[in-house]
Design a protein around this ligand. Structure first.
Ligand SMILES: [Mn+2]
Length: 455
């Protein structure tokens, strides 16, 4: 292993050992991403690059007090691609990948140097050195102070492997300012030889579509936790409560199980609020006779679940609610049964819509029920709730998508959405979120066994 030491490193060795644990999630409920897994991911990215240089910046700390002397983030979260390729939660860092013409593959990491005075406030941090090398499987970990210069030297220096094929960078909104600046610098610095620029974001996104074992482990746990929250929330729902009280139960179950945060703002809407697709205020009452939608997802180790259930506040569906609910459920099942490698989300959407149309009967007259199905059927799921990746990509084993038909009739205060998380397998699919009750009978049984005062 080739390692470059930062100044004063040995003095801090004892603290560094602890820091490594902190910054690589080893002490977190999800644990660290194994270095071999990280190496395999980086190798795959460089394989897709062919030859060229990729540069990725980490997230930066967003201080909640811009003028305070010690920046404090309300919830620092690493950039997804950076976490995917390094497993590190260190801010202000850089990853450089060099795919040489000769087939050589090199990864370099730049981490901020440690600062003992600041660590009185922040606790020990992971700096450049062997600890970071061990955690990431990247031999060369350099100080990020002056990283722009270091990266330029790396990319254009004579000691680096020869590469053609251009620079691979992420573009578009949401990039950290430092990354945008460095990219401008890299691309325009060389006069006389314009560099080809490739979209690194798209390349990594297509790779992230297929989940590896460590990703699936995290995702399954996030989904199990979310299913547990659905069950506890259903058991607690009673007329007279408020939406925020149900939200509190849900997010308590998340945190109790080691989820770091919500993957997206919890949607808990009863009555007419159940018909607002992204309602996240949770201020309304739970009235007898209404339905409540709970569209929620725990984030565990950077992966988020996304499960929606609809339950009757009183514990029993009315006849009308039951008929509409059964139609949504059967539509969802028709789509789930059609998941297999090679099909597309577009095709699943068609299948769901024709099923809904053909089985509407007189439930939504005049017309059929598709007029009340006002959103898409599916999205990719992973580190982001609407995860990255081209939506036209044919399904393949290891991909995870949601299937979530819904009907929304504000005039009747009826919103129904049923959403499950589906893993594409060799032979079809696995419903990862099956532990959250979905059938009318199962929901009513859970609600009646848990409540004495519900009417
Ligand atoms: Mn969803």
């Amino acid at each position: 292993m080739r390692v470059e030491f930062s100044h004063g490193y040995s003095v801090l060795l004892a603290v560094v050992c602890l820091a490594g644990v902190l910054e690589a999630q080893a002490g977190s409920p999800a644990g660290a991403v194994p270095p071999e897994t990280l190496q395999a991911r980086r190798a795959k990215v460089m394989e897709a690059m062919g030859t060229g240089v990729a540069v990725l910046g980490s997230a930066a700390v967003r201080s909640i007090e811009p003028h305070g002397p010690h920046p404090q983030d309300s919830d620092f979260r690493q950039d997804n691609d950076f976490f995917y390729l390094t497993g590190l939660e260190t801010p202000d860092s850089w990853l450089v990948l060099i795919a040489g013409e000769d087939g050589s593959r090199e990864a370099r990491l730049f981490l901020p140097e440690r600062d003992t005075a600041r660590e009185r406030w922040t606790g020990p941090k992971l700096g450049p050195g062997p600890e970071a090398a061990g955690l990431t499987g990247i031999d060369t970990v350099l100080p990020a102070n002056g990283a722009e210069w270091g990266i330029n030297r790396l990319v254009f220096g004579s000691r680096s492997p020869a590469w053609t094929g251009g620079v691979f960078v992420r573009r578009g909104p949401g990039r950290p300012e430092a990354e945008s600046e460095l990219v401008r610098e890299l691309v325009f610095r060389r006069t006389g030889r314009p560099l080809t620029v490739h979209d690194l974001g798209h390349l990594i996104a297509q790779q992230r579509l297929i989940k590896d074992d460590d990703e699936l482990r995290r995702l399954r746990r996030a989904i199990d936790i979310t299913a547990e929250a659905q069950r506890e929330a259903m058991a607690a729902v009673q007329p007279g409560m408020w939406e925020y009280q149900i939200e509190a139960i849900i997010e308590y179950v998340f945190r109790r199980n080691g989820a770091e945060r919500v993957g997206f703002p919890s949607i808990v809407g009863a009555g007419v609020n159940s018909t607002t697709l992204h309602y996240d205020e949770s201020r309304g009452p739970l009235d007898a006779g209404d339905l409540i939608i709970m569209d929620i997802g725990a984030e565990f180790g950077y992966y988020t679940a996304d499960i929606t259930r609809t339950a009757p506040v009183s514990g029993r569906f009315s006849e009308r609610q039951r008929e509409l609910y059964q139609l949504v459920l059967a539509t969802q099942q028709a789509a789930i049964d059609s998941v297999y490698p090679g099909t597309t989300m577009g095709r699943l959407n068609q299948i769901a819509r024709s099923y809904l149309q053909e089985h509407s009967g007189d439930l939504c007259e005049p017309g059929d029920c598709t007029q009340y199905f006002v959103h898409g059927l599916s999205h990719w799921l992973g580190m982001d709730v609407h995860d990255v990746g081209d939506y036209r990509t044919p399904l393949a084993p290891g991909m995870v998508l949601t299937i979530e038909p819904g009907l929304y009739l504000p005039a009747e205060r009826i919103g129904i959405r049923i959403e499950d998380d589906i893993l594409v397998t060799e032979n079809g699919s696995e419903v990862l979120s099956r532990m959250a009750p979905r059938d009318v009978d199962a929901i009513e049984a859970l609600m009646s066994s848990s409540s004495t005062s519900r009417n």
